[in-house]
Design a protein around this ligand. Sequence first.
Ligand code: CMP
Length: 141
Amino acid sequence: GIERTLSIIKPDAVAKNVIGKIYSRFETNGLTVIAAKMAWLSPQEAGAFYAVHKERPFFKDLVAFMISGPVMVQVLEGESAIAKNRELMGATDPKKAEAGTIRADFAESIDANAVHGSDGEETAKNEIAFFFPAMSVYSGR
Ligand code: CMP
């Protein structure tokens, strides 16, 4: 069915000037941008967004990286949008990402891995609400 998912283009990819190239992959693969904004997250915001990883050893580095520059945040809508976006992104570690995926083509390391995408329906709902009030989501459906 039609789903929505939260996508973040991370500071490394924004700095590489590939927002458009990444949007193009979404659009040519059946995903529509229905909300978007650029943001430079505070440590508090980045920590809250990744709260589920708070006890993980990589949490501090993850937050430090996510606040190192502006990010581009969007809601994507389309058929099986959550899985489709994850397929387009490729594996979390770009060294393991399949050829032709966003991370294989634009990412350098597991921290600087170009993009984030919600990993399930509940996460997508919560992550979308974290960044966008309902009135800022412009579904054409
Ligand atoms: P993301 O999809 O944004 O979700 C959490 C992020 O933590 C992940 O992408 C990676 O950039 C980062 N990260 C760093 N080390 C790890 C790890 N060992 N396992 C999973 N995620 C990691």
